[in-house]
Design a protein around this ligand. Structure first.
Ligand code: THU
Length: 387
């Protein structure tokens, strides 16, 4: 497989992209052959289509201003991000993660790399349509494929890989299910992201900066050229491993607080629960390294009940402790026990980072920070205090 770079002049707003590519190919002595796949960078396509905005001309609304303050971004850029995305899932300073027509992107794909100062480039309005149009205009009598490519990162990996935004003339994702692995086992999940992989190969030659190579021809790729014009397939967010695993909330407990759990189990014996018969044990690990444990304390007037967690907190506070690392809670529940709302609020008082290990007698266990269990809690900060 060969990857042949096409150098062009700088593509500006309204330029004839197909003309520029043909000129660049002619200058390099290249012409398209049957089976070739042309990969064009999305920012070049977007620029030629006029998807370039001068930030000065954008007036941000209230929502854009408040999100920009929260995520440390230019409010005008945030306004464009809002216009370009179906949903903003969250973010970190400088970047928000957006969902648009099933595609997950940082900042809705808006950036200022390869844009003149004071300008930003948006995604092509319809990259699939652009891919089909470029294919039609470039192919002549040849059977070719066209991919509009971009780069993006994978969770926790440093560096960008290729991703296809539009793909014409080849199957973007090949189904490898049913094929056999080295040991004859049938592959059950594997689909090959052919178009994304080709964009990654293209990017080795294209670069991301001032190389002046906005497109490549991939020759002799083991990929069939055929008449497919479907959108690039995506999966719904609820089937996505990353989105599913990263949703805040309890995660499986995989160790680290075994001793604390043991002490919480023993504390069930200290419970005073003559009314419900439901015994709960809690063990609270302080930053000092000491552990305070307690069972629940019931009352004829049930509103006066004290849960095991709050009993343990009271013991620790009464002993002069103020900083807590983790609390284990155990009860005889079908699923791992879950602290009540009042206990969540009580624990939140002493730190949103406190880890809560929730356990039942069968040994099922999950762990979450108190902030995950009580998001957007009311705290002293809400009253302007620095507690
Ligand atoms: N209880 C706890 O001690 N901790 C919890 O996390 C949930 C509930 C107690 C309070 C009461 O004594 C009994 O369980 C039934 O509500």
């Amino acid at each position: 497989m060969q990857v042949l770079g096409i150098k062009t002049d700088l593509i500006k707003v309204g330029d004839d992209l197909v003309g520029a590519l043909k000129k660049g190919m002619a200058a390099a002595g290249l012409s398209l052959q049957d089976g070739d796949i042309l990969v064009v960078s999305e920012s070049t396509v977007a620029t030629s289509e006029g998807r370039v905005f001068k930030l000065e001309d954008v007036s941000p609304g209230d929502l854009a201003c408040s999100l920009a303050a929260r995520y440390h971004k230019d409010p005008r850029e945030m306004e464009l991000i809002l216009r370009e995305s179906d949903e903003i899932l969250g973010g970190i300073p400088g970047v928000v993660l957006t969902l648009n027509k099933g595609f997950l992107y940082p900042n809705a794909g808006i950036d200022n790399s390869n844009a003149p100062p004071g300008y930003v480039v948006l995604f092509p309005a319809d990259a699939q349509k652009s891919a089909m149009e470029i294919r039609k205009a470039m192919a002549g009598d040849k059977k070719i494929g066209v991919i509009i490519g971009d780069s993006r990162t994978h969770p926790l990996r440093l560096g960008c890989v290729g991703v296809a935004l539009g793909c014409a003339g080849l199957e973007a994702v090949e189904d490898a299910r049913g094929q056999k692995d080295l040991f004859g086992r049938e592959l059950k999940i594997t689909r090959k992201a052919v178009a994304d992989n080709l964009v990654s190969a293209a990017q080795i030659v294209m670069g991301e900066g001032d190389e002046g190579i906005p497109a490549v021809i991939i020759r002799d790729a083991p990929v069939q050229i055929r008449e497919v014009s479907s959108e690039i397939p995506t999966i719904p967010p609820q089937e996505c491993m990353y989105l599913g695993a990263l949703r805040s909330g309890p995660r499986p407990y995989t160790g680290g607080y075994d001793d604390l759990i043991e002490q919480a189990k023993e504390a069930m014996n200290d419970a005073y629960a003559p009314y419900s018969g439901f015994k709960v044990g809690a063990a609270l690990l302080c930053k000092s390294g000491r552990i305070y444990s307690a069972g629940n304390i019931e009352n004829a007037s049930s509103g006066a009940d004290i849960c095991a967690e709050r009993a343990a907190v009271a013991k620790a506070i009464a002993s002069g402790e103020r900083e807590f690392e983790a609390v284990a809670v155990v009860g005889n529940t079908p699923d791992p026990i879950s602290p009540c709302g009042i206990c969540r609020q009580s624990l939140m008082e002493f730190g949103k980072e406190i880890q809560v290990v929730m356990v039942n007698l069968k040994g099922d266990a999950v762990i979450a920070s108190i902030e995950d269990l009580l998001p957007r809690a009311f705290t002293g900060r809400c009253m302007g205090l620095k507690i």
